[in-house]
Write a protein that binds this ligand. Structure first.
Ligand code: MG
Ligand code: MG
Length: 260
C-alpha cells in the first residue's frame, strides 16, 4: 500500500516527526559511558508516554523477528545494526551506538535512526562509517522531489556508500510510511536511476542508509531480533522521515535545534 497524506494530515505528520527528532536528540545527550541499554529504553518509554504517543515497536511482530519486540527503541551496539533489542548491557567509551525510533502520534507514524560514538573516544573507522551513512542520507533527501523516481533516491544513497567502499545490503532499506510504520514503496540503499515509483507531493518516506565496514551479510542474534554484521565488523545507520512537497522534500524528524 502507498499512502498519500492530505494537506490536513501534514500537521500531524510534522508533529510525529518532531517528537521522534526530540526524543532521539534527548537520548543522545543523556547517553554516556556507563549507561545501560535498558535505561535508554526506559527513558524513551517515558518521553513517548508523556507525549501521548505510542512506540511502533512494542507490538511489532514481523515474520523475521521473534515477536512481539516488546521495547520502545532499538539499541544496536558495534556489530549490531538493525532491530537491536534492548538488553542488560552497559556502554563503554568508544562503543558505536545506533538508536532507531518510530512512534505513532495522533494516528501518523514517524521513523528515524542515529548512530554515534559513546564517550570521548573517536575510533576513526567508526567516525568515517557514521559520516558515510549521514552523507548517503543527505544525498537521498537531496534527490527527493515530485517526479523523481524511487530508483533515483536509491542510486544517490548507494553511490555515496559504494564510493566509500562499503558493501550495500539490499534486503533492508527505506520505506513508505504514513498511518502505519512500514508501507510501500521499498527504497533500497542502492539502485538504478529512472526506475520505480514516481514520487508525488504528500508521500512520506523513511530513508535509511545503513552500512557495515566489510560485509553485506547479516546474522541474527540469539535474542531472535538483533541483526549483526556476519564478520563482527562495526555498523552504522542514519534515517529520517521526509515528506515530498510541491518543490522538494521536507525532513520531518530533525531534532528541534536543527529545524529552520
Ligand atoms: Mg527506523
Ligand atoms: Mg525505517
Amino acid at each position: 500500500m502507498i499512502e498519500i497524506m492530505s494537506p490536513a494530515q501534514m500537521p500531524r505528520a510534522r508533529a510525529a516527526g518532531a517528537l521522534v527528532g526530540h526524543v532521539l536528540q534527548t537520548l543522545r545527550e543523556r547517553v554516556d559511558v556507563g549507561t545501560n541499554l535498558l535505561e535508554i529504553d526506559d527513558w524513551a518509554r517515558s518521553m513517548i508516554d508523556r507525549a501521548g504517543a505510542v512506540s511502533c515497536y512494542v507490538d511489532y511482530a514481523p515474520s523475521f523477528g521473534r515477536g512481539p519486540f516488546g521495547h520502545h527503541v532499538c539499541t544496536a551496539v558495534n556489530d549490531a545494526v538493525l532491530h537491536g533489542l534492548p538488553h542488560d548491557r552497559t556502554l563503554a567509551d568508544g562503543d558505536l551506538l545506533t538508536l532507531d525510533l518510530a512512534v505513532t502520534l495522533d494516528g501518523i507514524a514517524a521513523d528515524s535512526a542515529i548512530s554515534f560514538v559513546v564517550g570521548t573516544a573517536r575510533p576513526p573507522g567508526s567516525v568515517r562509517l557514521i559520516a558515510a551513512t549521514e552523507r548517503a542520507l543527505a544525498a537521498g533527501i537531496a534527490a527527493a522531489r515530485p517526479g523523481a523516481r524511487v530508483g533515483d533516491l536509491s542510486h544517490a544513497i548507494g553511490t555515496v556508500l559504494q564510493d566509500e567502499g562499503y558493501p550495500v545490503n539490499l534486503e533492508f532499506g527505506g520505506h513508505g510510511i504514513g498511518t502505519t510504520m512500514h508501507q510501500d514503496p521499498h527504497v533500497a540503499n542502492a539502485g538504478r536511476p529512472g526506475r520505480g515509483y514516481r514520487l508525488r507531493p504528500g508521500l512520506l518516506l523513511a530513508l535509511e542508509p545503513w552500512a557495515m565496514v566489510d560485509t553485506d551479510e547479516l546474522v541474527t542474534d540469539a535474542d531472535g531480533w538483533t541483526l549483526r554484521s556476519a564478520t563482527g565488523c562495526r555498523t552504522a545507520h542514519s534515517e529520517h522521515t521526509i515528506a515530498i512537497t510541491t518543490d522538494g522534500a521536507e525532513v520531518l524528524t530533525l531534532p528541534p535545534g536543527a529545524r529552520a
